[in-house]
Design a protein around this ligand. Sequence first.
Ligand SMILES: Nc1ncnc2c1ncn2[C@@H]1O[C@H](COP(=O)(O)OP(=O)(O)OP(=O)(O)O)[C@@H](O)[C@H]1O
Length: 198
Amino acid sequence: MNPILLSAEALSVQRGDRLLIEGLGFTLSAGEGMHLTGTNGAGKTSLLRVLAGLGHALEGLVNVRAGARLIYLGHALGLKPELTVTENLRFLLQVTDLKEKTTVDEALSEVGLARYFDIPVANLSAGQKKRVGLARLLLEPADLWLLDEPFSALDARSCQWLCDRIDLFLAEGGAVLLTSHQQVPVRHPLRRLELGAR
Ligand SMILES: Nc1ncnc2c1ncn2[C@@H]1O[C@H](COP(=O)(O)OP(=O)(O)OP(=O)(O)O)[C@@H](O)[C@H]1O
């Protein structure tokens, strides 16, 4: 049986005075993908942030397997607009202090941004910014990807590229939890976790 990389037990999440999630439990094992769905405001981003350790749960537990490394890719992407594309990725690698899986140049080439390496991120289109964020998936070693709307702003070719990357990551034993308001056409079957409107 594949090891469980992430689990939630009796998790409740509140934002402001709204209780968004109550008593949620699930596990995510190596090689598993999960599609988190729910209407606007249901709490998907809030949940991902709690799972990534960036937000607090009202009650309950989040367990990440000891030693498992996760990448959280949120709406904000964690990019600094005044830095160039290359500077942003080098900065992120410094912060995480991990040995990169590939070079920044190769990652940028794969996400179709080779020609933009010295452009400030502020001067990129929304889809190009998204691709800079996604380049982290190529650079940083990880066991678990938490991806908040990773397909938003991407063109069709980039969406297909990301699906292929997710399939490869799952085949290699990674685990993925992602949100998307659209169908996610990966080959690997995805479990579905639906947050109800409250
Ligand atoms: N900083 C905040 N302070 C208070 N409430 C917040 C804050 N951020 C979000 N919320 C509220 O939390 C609720 C859930 O927001 P969240 O972003 O988690 O939803 P979501 O399911 O990801 O929505 P969407 O599909 O629109 O991205 C919303 O009602 C929102 O108004």
